[in-house]
Design a protein around this ligand. Structure first.
Ligand SMILES: NC(=O)c1ccc[n+]([C@@H]2O[C@H](COP(=O)([O-])OP(=O)(O)OC[C@H]3O[C@@H](n4cnc5c(N)ncnc54)[C@H](OP(=O)(O)O)[C@@H]3O)[C@@H](O)[C@H]2O)c1
Length: 339
């Protein structure tokens, strides 16, 4: 027994990701190289972004070679350090591997967690981690919402989207979310404080356009997009003059085996002089400490809430990844595995 349970990629997905492309292997504890830390992970976040690493080539995280551990955001305790900024015993969050013990060089998405924090460690993978920071900077820096404006969010019941909606409310906006099914749309309004919610399931592009028009009678000033496809196209048709579109992710395309549906409303970008900007949260890493303080304060004041779904055991990770990020019937978020 090598003693380090790890989820490895055994084959590349074609279309919808399924559990059988992953396997749990027992690997050696990695050797720590100069500039790296060795972390005993307690939680791993099964973000949809992992899907992008499963292809042979991509323009996001580095592709995972066959047989290699999956990349994942993890939180745990440093047990050995060859990096001057960290020492054994530090609690850290960072981009490591989906395994019990991983070695990685601390990058922009790695920082120490205050052991005195009253919030659960898993929050550092969600609302006070990559997803919360993505919501914060995508909305505030890219979307630049102003008091009284209308913000539309797709993937609104997910980890990022639910935080975007709440932050937009804190900033004094009217907020409308798009999510799949009645449970999630109800949750958007009753739990996350959205002003209105749209159920996209079973709807055509034209029906979505009409629903957005209904719920955003003054048009959309900021669209925060996690989904792409016909939701993005329907939003384009409803944007206001000089609107901003913060393109965070295109989850509706991650499992496609062919090209996405063609866009029909692209001329709105010209006709409404829109700003369409993709972003990656790590670009704002210098500003993370101040954003984390602000979000922690909102949590203490009860203005920012979050949900998480945690399952025990690294063996559960493949099933939880498929269920959480890509099953539109799963009512869970964000999905982590602890052990
Ligand atoms: N730019 C960055 O720096 C950055 C950082 C983190 C994440 N992201 C991106 O942000 C997005 C949301 O991530 P997250 O962490 O919030 O994920 P999450 O909590 O897993 O939520 C994702 C949600 O997307 C919806 N979805 C899945 N497949 C869909 C489809 N085919 N069509 C429409 N909706 C679908 C599902 O909700 P419904 O049941 O409501 O459909 C699912 O719950 C992803 O696109 C991710 O890649 C970007």
């Amino acid at each position: 027994m090598a003693g380090n349970k790890t989820v490895v990629l055994v084959s590349r997905p074609a279309g919808m990701v399924s559990e059988d492309i992953f396997a749990v292997a027992d690997l050696d504890v990695p050797t720590v190289e100069d500039g790296q830390i060795l972390v005993r992970n307690q939680y791993a976040s099964l973000d949809p972004g992992i899907r992008k690493t499963l292809a042979e080539t991509n323009t996001y995280w580095v592709p995972t070679p066959l047989g290699a551990p999956l990349t994942a955001n993890v939180v745990g305790e440093v047990i050995e350090s060859r990096h001057p900024g960290f020492q054994s015993g530090d609690l850290v969050v960072g981009t490591g591997q989906l395994q019990e013990i991983s070695a990685f060089a601390p990058g922009p998405m790695c920082w120490k967690i205050d052991p005195a924090s009253e919030l659960p460690l898993s929050a550092s993978l969600g609302i006070l981690g990559a997803t919360g920071l993505t919501a914060y900077f995508g909305l505030i820096e890219v979307g630049q919402p102003k008091v009284g404006e209308t913000v539309l969010v797709s993937g609104a019941a997910g980890a990022v989207g639910s935080a975007v909606g709440q932050i937009a409310k804190i900033k004094g906006c009217r907020v409308v979310g798009i999510a799949g099914g009645p449970v999630k749309t109800k949750r958007l309004v009753e739990e996350f404080g959205f002003d209105a919610a749209i159920d996209y399931r079973g709807k055509t592009r034209e029906q979505l356009e009409a629903e957005i028009r209904l719920h955003c009678p003054n048009g959309v000033d900021v669209f925060f997009d996690n989904v792409g496809g016909i939701q993005l196209d329907a939003a384009l048709a409803n944007m206001n003059w000089k609107g901003r579109m913060a393109i965070c992710g295109l989850i509706s395309e991650y499992n496609l085996d062919g090209p996405p549906a063609p866009m029909q409303n692209l001329f709105s970008i010209v006709g409404k002089t829109l700003r369409v900007e993709g972003f990656l949260s790590f670009v704002y890493a210098d500003l993370f400490p101040q954003a984390l303080r602000e979000m922690e304060q909102w949590i203490k004041e009860g203005r920012l809430v979050w949900r998480e779904h945690v399952e025990d055991g690294i063996e559960s990770a493949p099933g939880v990844f498929v269920m959480g990020a890509f099953s539109c019937s799963a009512n869970v978020l964000p999905v982590s595995t602890s052990w």
